[in-house]
Design a protein around this ligand. Structure first.
Ligand SMILES: Nc1nc2c(ncn2[C@@H]2O[C@H](COP(=O)(O)OP(=O)(O)OP(=O)(O)O)[C@@H](O)[C@H]2O)c(=O)[nH]1
Ligand SMILES: [Zn+2]
Length: 222
């Protein structure tokens, strides 16, 4: 039985030991009408999403973004990070090509959750950087995993990725899972006075491939 989806035949199905495909619908956005596919992970109950445009199961590399949830940046317009601009920019680039996918993963706060991320922001308001704040709360700097991506991509029929990211750890994680990434496309957007220190810390401590703008560090909350 083919697992490829068309809007008319999508049916709930267990697609992996811990991941269930639930349903899909059309999602009109300012840039294109995507097909929104909903998955649920058990036992965490996390509801992961895929926004898909065009024919992605033709075997050719797919322009893709694997985006970790950031409620403050994605939905509340926060300028403390670059997430909202990256989400919007990736949807725009996919719309411009007419084909691609965004996996929207519910691993808020690099996996520590929304309330702990706000606790971390509170610590950062007193001068700690993003990694130090996680450590003060007793967390590793990045608790995310990408294990759900392989079954999600397989279900969507996506074989290889042209991935929009600045994060080599994400590329490595996908490669280790056997998801071929044939190209990395930088996604450098929305450097501003509120997130300059955050971006420079990501480059210095988390290995992100970002240009150092050489700007004077400013308090992220100023
Ligand atoms: N713990 C914590 N999480 C943060 C902070 N700022 C943003 N995040 C979370 O970081 C995640 C995004 O990770 P990033 O490191 O910005 O980017 P990435 O997805 O790893 O890499 P790119 O593909 O280049 O965007 C989202 O889940 C955000 O909620 C912070 O100060 N502390
Ligand atoms: Zn963010």
């Amino acid at each position: 039985m083919s697992t490829h989806i068309t809007p008319n035949n999508a049916a709930a199905a267990q697609i992996h030991e811990s991941l269930e495909y639930v349903t899909s619908c059309a999602l009109p956005t300012p840039w294109a009408t995507f097909q929104l596919h909903a998955f649920i992970d058990h036992p965490s109950g996390k509801e992961h999403l895929a926004l898909v445009l065009g024919d992605v199961n033709d075997g050719l590399p797919v322009l893709a973004r694997i985006h970790s949830e950031c409620l403050t940046g994605d939905a509340l317009f926060s300028q403390r990070c670059d997430c909202g601009a990256q989400l919007e920019g990736s949807l725009q680039q996919i719309a411009a090509e007419g084909r691609g996918a965004v996996l929207y993963l519910r691993q808020e706060g690099r996996g520590i959750g929304l309330l702990n991320k706000i606790r971390a922001y509170h610590i950062q308001d007193s001068g700690a950087d993003t990694v130090e704040a996680n450590q003060q709360l007793g967390f590793a700097d990045d608790l995310r995993h990408y294990g759900m991506c392989e079954p999600m991509l397989q279900y969507l029929g996506i074989k290889t990725l042209r991935l929009m990211t600045n994060n080599p750890r994400k590329m490595d994680a996908l490669k280790k899972m056997g998801v071929p990434v044939v190209e990395r496309i930088p996604l450098i957007l929305n450097r501003n006075p509120f997130n300059t220190r955050y971006l420079d810390t990501k480059a210095a401590k988390l290995g992100h491939i970002l240009p150092n703008e050489g700007l004077e560090h400013q308090d992220e909350t100023e």
